[in-house]
Design a protein around this ligand. Structure first.
Ligand SMILES: CC(C)(COP(=O)(O)OP(=O)(O)OC[C@H]1O[C@@H](n2cnc3c(N)ncnc32)[C@H](O)[C@@H]1OP(=O)(O)O)[C@@H](O)C(=O)NCCC(=O)NCCS
Length: 212
C-alpha cells in the first residue's frame, strides 16, 4: 500500500486542504480534478476525471481526502471513494485549538485559527473553516460547512450538509436543520427547519425547499 494521500478536488478549497495535509506531515500524491482544472494545485499534479480514483486505488493508493466545498458533492464523492476501498484522513491545521474532549469523525477539514471547545462532536466530512469558533457541547453533523469566522455558542446542533456562511453567529441551544443555508453575516436566534435559507440580523427565512 502506498502511504501518500490522494486529494479529490483541485480548486481553492483544495489548495488550503493540501497545505493543511502537508503541514500535518502527509505527502500528497495527486489531486483528482475535473476536465477544466489546472494542471497543478499548489504544486501537486492534477489528474482530470473521477475515473482516476479507481486507477489510483488499483495502483495501491488507499488514503484519501475530499477537498470539495459543496457539501452535497463532498458527501457523494466520499461515499464513492469509500465504496472503492479508500480510507478518509482528516486535514487539521496545527494552528487550530481542539479540546481533548471533542470528538471528531473522518474526512474533516479544520482550518487555522478554528477553536472547538469541550465535548463538541464534529461528524464525518465537516469543514470548520478559518477562525470559526464552536463552543462546548455542540453537534456538527455529517457534511456541514461552518465558514470562516462563524461563532457558535454552546449546545448548538447543525444538521447534515448545512452551510453557515461567512461570519454567522448562533446563540446557545439553537437547532439548525439539515441542508440549511444561513447567509453570510446572519445571526441565528431561533431554530431553523430543514432545507431553508435564512439571512439577516436576526435571520429570517427567505427560501424553503420541499422535503425529499
Ligand atoms: C444566502 C445566500 C446563499 C443567498 O444566495 P441566493 O440564493 O443566490 O440569493 P440572492 O443573492 O438572490 O438573494 C436573495 C435576497 O437575499 C438577500 N441576501 C442574500 N444574502 C444575504 C446575506 N448574507 N445577508 C442579508 N441579505 C442577503 C439579497 O439581498 C436578496 O434580497 P432582495 O430579494 O431583497 O433583493 C448568499 O447570499 C450567501 O450569503 N452565501 C454565503 C456564502 C458563504 O459565506 N460561503 C462560504 C465560503 S467559505
Amino acid at each position: 500500500m502506498k502511504d501518500e494521500v490522494v486529494v479529490i478536488g483541485a480548486g481553492g478549497h483544495a489548495k488550503v486542504c493540501v497545505e493543511l495535509l502537508q503541514a500535518m506531515g502527509h505527502r500528497i500524491a495527486y489531486c483528482v480534478g475535473s476536465a477544466d482544472s489546472s494542471d497543478h494545485c499548489v504544486g501537486v499534479p492534477v489528474l482530470k476525471g473521477d475515473e482516476n480514483l479507481k486507477k489510483l486505488r488499483q495502483a495501491g493508493y488507499q488514503r484519501l481526502f475530499v477537498a470539495i466545498g459543496s457539501n452535497a458533492i463532498r458527501v457523494r464523492l466520499a461515499s464513492l471513494a469509500l465504496e472503492q476501498g479508500y480510507q478518509l484522513v482528516n486535514a487539521i491545521s496545527p494552528h487550530a485549538s481542539i479540546s481533548p474532549t471533542a470528538r471528531l469523525g473522518v474526512g474533516i477539514a479544520i482550518m487555522a485559527g478554528a477553536v472547538i471547545n469541550a465535548e463538541t462532536r464534529i461528524a464525518d466530512l465537516a469543514i470548520i473553516n478559518t477562525g470559526a469558533t464552536i463552543d462546548h457541547d455542540c453537534e456538527i453533523r455529517t457534511g456541514v460547512h461552518i465558514a470562516p469566522q462563524c461563532c457558535l455558542a454552546g449546545n448548538v446542533v447543525v444538521g447534515r450538509m448545512s452551510l453557515l456562511g461567512i461570519g454567522c453567529k448562533v446563540i446557545p441551544e439553537i437547532k439548525i436543520g439539515d441542508e440549511v443555508t444561513v447567509g453570510a453575516g446572519g445571526v441565528v436566534v431561533a431554530s431553523l427547519p430543514n432545507r431553508t435559507t435564512a439571512v439577516g440580523v436576526p435571520v429570517r427565512i427567505i427560501k424553503q425547499l420541499p422535503d425529499v
